[in-house]
Design a protein around this ligand. Structure first.
Ligand code: ADP
Ligand code: MG
Ligand code: MG
Length: 252
Protein backbone atom coordinates (compact mmCIF):
# COMPACT_ATOMS: atom_id res chain seq x y z
CA UNK A 1 0.00 0.00 0.00
CA UNK A 2 2.76 2.43 0.96
CA UNK A 3 6.39 2.28 -0.04
CA UNK A 4 8.78 4.97 1.13
CA UNK A 5 12.29 4.89 -0.33
CA UNK A 6 15.20 6.99 0.89
CA UNK A 7 12.97 9.93 1.79
CA UNK A 8 14.81 13.15 2.59
CA UNK A 9 12.82 16.20 3.68
CA UNK A 10 13.94 19.70 4.59
CA UNK A 11 12.15 22.60 6.25
CA UNK A 12 13.63 26.04 5.53
CA UNK A 13 16.71 24.33 4.08
CA UNK A 14 17.22 22.39 7.29
CA UNK A 15 17.31 18.61 6.70
CA UNK A 16 14.73 16.97 8.99
CA UNK A 17 14.19 13.52 7.47
CA UNK A 18 17.46 11.95 6.34
CA UNK A 19 16.66 8.78 4.43
CA UNK A 20 13.48 7.03 5.53
CA UNK A 21 12.67 3.57 4.15
CA UNK A 22 9.32 2.12 5.13
CA UNK A 23 6.98 -0.40 3.54
CA UNK A 24 3.45 -0.78 4.87
CA UNK A 25 1.10 -3.43 3.50
CA UNK A 26 -2.69 -3.42 3.52
CA UNK A 27 -4.04 -4.78 6.79
CA UNK A 28 -0.99 -3.77 8.79
CA UNK A 29 -0.59 -1.41 11.71
CA UNK A 30 2.82 0.20 12.07
CA UNK A 31 3.85 2.23 15.10
CA UNK A 32 6.31 5.05 14.55
CA UNK A 33 7.95 6.02 17.82
CA UNK A 34 10.87 8.18 18.79
CA UNK A 35 11.94 11.09 20.95
CA UNK A 36 10.64 14.63 20.57
CA UNK A 37 12.04 16.31 17.50
CA UNK A 38 13.04 13.07 15.77
CA UNK A 39 10.81 13.83 12.75
CA UNK A 40 7.64 11.83 13.43
CA UNK A 41 5.23 14.68 12.69
CA UNK A 42 7.30 15.74 9.69
CA UNK A 43 6.89 12.26 8.21
CA UNK A 44 3.13 12.34 8.85
CA UNK A 45 2.75 15.81 7.35
CA UNK A 46 4.80 15.00 4.27
CA UNK A 47 2.64 11.95 3.57
CA UNK A 48 -0.48 14.11 3.84
CA UNK A 49 1.06 16.75 1.55
CA UNK A 50 1.27 19.76 3.86
CA UNK A 51 3.06 22.89 2.68
CA UNK A 52 6.58 23.95 3.68
CA UNK A 53 8.04 20.47 3.55
CA UNK A 54 10.54 20.11 0.73
CA UNK A 55 11.33 16.61 -0.45
CA UNK A 56 14.99 16.73 -1.47
CA UNK A 57 15.38 13.05 -2.35
CA UNK A 58 13.56 9.75 -2.40
CA UNK A 59 10.13 8.57 -3.43
CA UNK A 60 6.80 7.53 -1.98
CA UNK A 61 4.49 5.10 -3.76
CA UNK A 62 0.90 4.71 -2.56
CA UNK A 63 -1.42 2.18 -4.22
CA UNK A 64 0.57 2.51 -7.41
CA UNK A 65 0.57 6.34 -7.39
CA UNK A 66 3.56 8.60 -7.01
CA UNK A 67 2.13 10.11 -3.82
CA UNK A 68 4.40 13.14 -3.80
CA UNK A 69 2.99 14.48 -7.08
CA UNK A 70 -0.59 14.47 -5.73
CA UNK A 71 -2.07 17.60 -4.15
CA UNK A 72 -3.22 17.20 -0.53
CA UNK A 73 -6.90 17.06 -1.51
CA UNK A 74 -6.14 14.42 -4.17
CA UNK A 75 -4.39 12.33 -1.52
CA UNK A 76 -7.46 12.64 0.70
CA UNK A 77 -9.69 11.58 -2.19
CA UNK A 78 -7.44 8.58 -2.80
CA UNK A 79 -8.02 7.55 0.81
CA UNK A 80 -5.12 9.05 2.76
CA UNK A 81 -6.19 10.42 6.13
CA UNK A 82 -4.09 12.34 8.66
CA UNK A 83 -5.14 12.94 12.25
CA UNK A 84 -3.15 15.90 13.47
CA UNK A 85 -1.04 16.01 16.61
CA UNK A 86 -2.56 19.46 17.16
CA UNK A 87 -6.04 19.35 15.61
CA UNK A 88 -6.91 22.58 13.83
CA UNK A 89 -9.80 24.79 14.88
CA UNK A 90 -12.00 26.09 12.07
CA UNK A 91 -14.06 29.05 13.27
CA UNK A 92 -17.38 29.50 11.54
CA UNK A 93 -17.57 25.97 10.14
CA UNK A 94 -19.84 23.56 11.99
CA UNK A 95 -18.28 20.19 12.70
CA UNK A 96 -21.15 18.33 11.04
CA UNK A 97 -20.87 20.49 7.93
CA UNK A 98 -17.18 19.65 7.50
CA UNK A 99 -17.81 15.93 8.01
CA UNK A 100 -20.65 15.89 5.50
CA UNK A 101 -18.80 17.96 2.90
CA UNK A 102 -15.68 15.79 3.20
CA UNK A 103 -17.60 12.54 2.96
CA UNK A 104 -19.71 13.67 0.02
CA UNK A 105 -16.64 14.91 -1.87
CA UNK A 106 -15.15 11.47 -1.42
CA UNK A 107 -18.35 9.73 -2.52
CA UNK A 108 -18.60 11.97 -5.57
CA UNK A 109 -15.03 11.10 -6.53
CA UNK A 110 -15.95 7.41 -6.33
CA UNK A 111 -19.06 7.94 -8.44
CA UNK A 112 -21.37 7.29 -5.48
CA UNK A 113 -24.50 9.30 -4.70
CA UNK A 114 -24.37 11.94 -1.97
CA UNK A 115 -25.84 10.89 1.35
CA UNK A 116 -28.95 12.86 2.24
CA UNK A 117 -29.23 14.62 5.59
CA UNK A 118 -31.14 11.79 7.27
CA UNK A 119 -28.78 9.01 6.20
CA UNK A 120 -25.74 11.12 7.04
CA UNK A 121 -27.03 11.91 10.53
CA UNK A 122 -27.74 8.24 11.18
CA UNK A 123 -24.19 7.34 10.13
CA UNK A 124 -22.52 10.05 12.16
CA UNK A 125 -24.64 9.40 15.28
CA UNK A 126 -23.58 5.80 15.26
CA UNK A 127 -19.89 6.78 15.20
CA UNK A 128 -20.46 9.53 17.73
CA UNK A 129 -21.97 7.11 20.19
CA UNK A 130 -19.09 4.69 19.72
CA UNK A 131 -16.68 7.53 20.51
CA UNK A 132 -18.66 8.58 23.58
CA UNK A 133 -19.11 12.10 22.19
CA UNK A 134 -21.87 14.56 22.95
CA UNK A 135 -24.05 15.28 19.91
CA UNK A 136 -23.76 19.00 20.65
CA UNK A 137 -20.14 18.77 19.39
CA UNK A 138 -21.51 18.24 15.89
CA UNK A 139 -23.03 21.67 15.78
CA UNK A 140 -20.09 23.63 17.18
CA UNK A 141 -17.33 25.10 15.01
CA UNK A 142 -14.72 22.43 14.25
CA UNK A 143 -12.60 21.85 17.35
CA UNK A 144 -13.21 25.37 18.65
CA UNK A 145 -13.29 25.30 22.43
CA UNK A 146 -13.10 21.50 22.38
CA UNK A 147 -11.11 20.00 25.25
CA UNK A 148 -7.92 18.12 24.37
CA UNK A 149 -9.76 14.82 24.68
CA UNK A 150 -12.71 16.02 22.59
CA UNK A 151 -10.35 17.11 19.82
CA UNK A 152 -8.65 13.73 19.73
CA UNK A 153 -11.98 11.90 19.73
CA UNK A 154 -13.14 14.21 16.95
CA UNK A 155 -10.11 13.18 14.85
CA UNK A 156 -11.12 9.54 15.23
CA UNK A 157 -14.74 10.44 14.44
CA UNK A 158 -13.54 12.04 11.18
CA UNK A 159 -11.56 8.92 10.37
CA UNK A 160 -14.53 6.65 11.13
CA UNK A 161 -16.73 8.71 8.80
CA UNK A 162 -14.14 8.88 6.01
CA UNK A 163 -13.10 5.19 6.16
CA UNK A 164 -9.63 5.88 4.68
CA UNK A 165 -7.36 3.29 3.05
CA UNK A 166 -4.28 4.69 4.76
CA UNK A 167 -4.70 6.36 8.15
CA UNK A 168 -1.84 8.25 9.75
CA UNK A 169 -2.53 9.17 13.36
CA UNK A 170 -0.07 11.64 14.85
CA UNK A 171 0.02 11.31 18.64
CA UNK A 172 -3.71 10.79 18.85
CA UNK A 173 -3.03 9.37 22.30
CA UNK A 174 -1.17 12.32 23.78
CA UNK A 175 -2.86 14.28 26.53
CA UNK A 176 -5.64 11.75 27.06
CA UNK A 177 -6.68 10.45 30.46
CA UNK A 178 -6.94 6.69 30.79
CA UNK A 179 -10.69 6.49 30.00
CA UNK A 180 -10.38 8.67 26.91
CA UNK A 181 -7.31 6.70 25.82
CA UNK A 182 -9.36 3.51 25.95
CA UNK A 183 -12.17 5.06 23.87
CA UNK A 184 -9.74 6.41 21.29
CA UNK A 185 -7.87 3.10 21.18
CA UNK A 186 -11.13 1.18 20.69
CA UNK A 187 -12.04 3.60 17.91
CA UNK A 188 -8.72 2.97 16.15
CA UNK A 189 -8.89 -0.76 16.76
CA UNK A 190 -12.37 -0.89 15.18
CA UNK A 191 -10.85 0.58 12.01
CA UNK A 192 -8.40 -2.30 11.58
CA UNK A 193 -9.24 -4.06 8.37
CA UNK A 194 -7.51 -6.24 5.76
CA UNK A 195 -7.76 -3.47 3.17
CA UNK A 196 -6.65 -0.60 5.40
CA UNK A 197 -3.23 0.31 6.73
CA UNK A 198 -2.70 2.39 9.86
CA UNK A 199 0.43 4.28 10.89
CA UNK A 200 0.32 5.17 14.57
CA UNK A 201 2.74 7.88 15.53
CA UNK A 202 3.22 7.79 19.26
CA UNK A 203 5.76 8.93 21.78
CA UNK A 204 4.59 6.52 24.47
CA UNK A 205 4.02 2.80 24.62
CA UNK A 206 0.66 2.92 26.43
CA UNK A 207 -1.54 3.15 23.29
CA UNK A 208 0.16 -0.03 22.09
CA UNK A 209 -1.21 -1.92 25.09
CA UNK A 210 -4.57 -1.65 23.36
CA UNK A 211 -3.51 -1.71 19.73
CA UNK A 212 -0.80 -4.27 19.15
CA UNK A 213 1.08 -3.17 16.02
CA UNK A 214 2.56 -5.48 13.41
CA UNK A 215 5.78 -3.47 13.31
CA UNK A 216 7.41 -0.82 15.47
CA UNK A 217 9.89 1.71 14.08
CA UNK A 218 11.99 4.11 16.09
CA UNK A 219 12.88 7.42 14.54
CA UNK A 220 16.01 9.15 15.68
CA UNK A 221 17.38 12.29 14.06
CA UNK A 222 15.31 11.82 10.93
CA UNK A 223 16.14 8.17 10.33
CA UNK A 224 14.58 4.88 11.28
CA UNK A 225 17.21 3.75 13.75
CA UNK A 226 15.50 0.56 14.79
CA UNK A 227 12.62 -1.62 13.60
CA UNK A 228 11.10 -4.63 15.29
CA UNK A 229 7.97 -6.41 16.42
CA UNK A 230 5.56 -5.23 19.10
CA UNK A 231 8.02 -6.19 21.84
CA UNK A 232 10.26 -3.31 20.80
CA UNK A 233 7.76 -0.81 22.21
CA UNK A 234 7.99 -2.49 25.62
CA UNK A 235 11.78 -2.38 25.51
CA UNK A 236 11.65 1.32 24.77
CA UNK A 237 9.30 1.83 27.67
CA UNK A 238 11.85 0.19 29.95
CA UNK A 239 15.05 1.67 28.58
CA UNK A 240 13.97 4.99 27.08
CA UNK A 241 15.16 6.29 23.75
CA UNK A 242 18.72 6.94 24.90
CA UNK A 243 20.12 3.65 23.60
CA UNK A 244 18.76 4.14 20.10
CA UNK A 245 21.38 5.76 17.91
CA UNK A 246 20.43 6.91 14.44
CA UNK A 247 23.94 6.67 13.09
CA UNK A 248 24.51 3.11 14.18
CA UNK A 249 22.99 0.34 12.06
CA UNK A 250 21.14 -1.55 14.72
CA UNK A 251 18.08 -2.85 12.93
CA UNK A 252 16.53 -5.96 14.40
P1 ADP B 1 8.46 14.97 16.36
O1 ADP B 1 7.08 14.93 15.81
O2 ADP B 1 9.17 13.67 16.29
O3 ADP B 1 8.50 15.54 17.74
P2 ADP B 1 8.90 16.99 14.33
O4 ADP B 1 8.72 16.31 13.03
O5 ADP B 1 7.77 17.82 14.84
O6 ADP B 1 9.34 15.92 15.42
O7 ADP B 1 10.18 17.91 14.26
C1 ADP B 1 11.43 17.43 13.77
C2 ADP B 1 12.42 18.58 13.69
O8 ADP B 1 11.98 19.50 12.69
C3 ADP B 1 12.54 19.38 14.97
O9 ADP B 1 13.90 19.72 15.12
C4 ADP B 1 11.70 20.59 14.71
O10 ADP B 1 12.17 21.70 15.42
C5 ADP B 1 11.87 20.79 13.23
N1 ADP B 1 10.70 21.42 12.65
C6 ADP B 1 9.45 20.89 12.59
N2 ADP B 1 8.59 21.74 11.99
C7 ADP B 1 9.31 22.83 11.67
C8 ADP B 1 9.01 24.06 11.01
N3 ADP B 1 7.77 24.34 10.57
N4 ADP B 1 10.01 24.95 10.84
C9 ADP B 1 11.27 24.67 11.26
N5 ADP B 1 11.63 23.53 11.87
C10 ADP B 1 10.67 22.62 12.08
MG1 MG C 1 6.80 16.07 19.28
MG1 MG D 1 5.22 15.33 16.58
Amino acid sequence: MLEIRNLHVSIDNKPILRGIDLTVKAGEVHAVMGPNGSGKSTLAQVLAGRDNYVVTAGEVRYLGHDLLTLAPEERAREGVFLAFQYPVEIPGVANIYLLKAALNALRKHRGEAELDAVDFLALVRDKLEFMGMDEALLYRPVNQGFSGGEKKRNEILQMAVMQPRLAILDETDSGLDIDALKVVADGIQSMRSPDRAIILVTHYQRLLNYIVPDRVHVLSQGRIALSGGPGLALELEQHGYGWVDADKDSRI
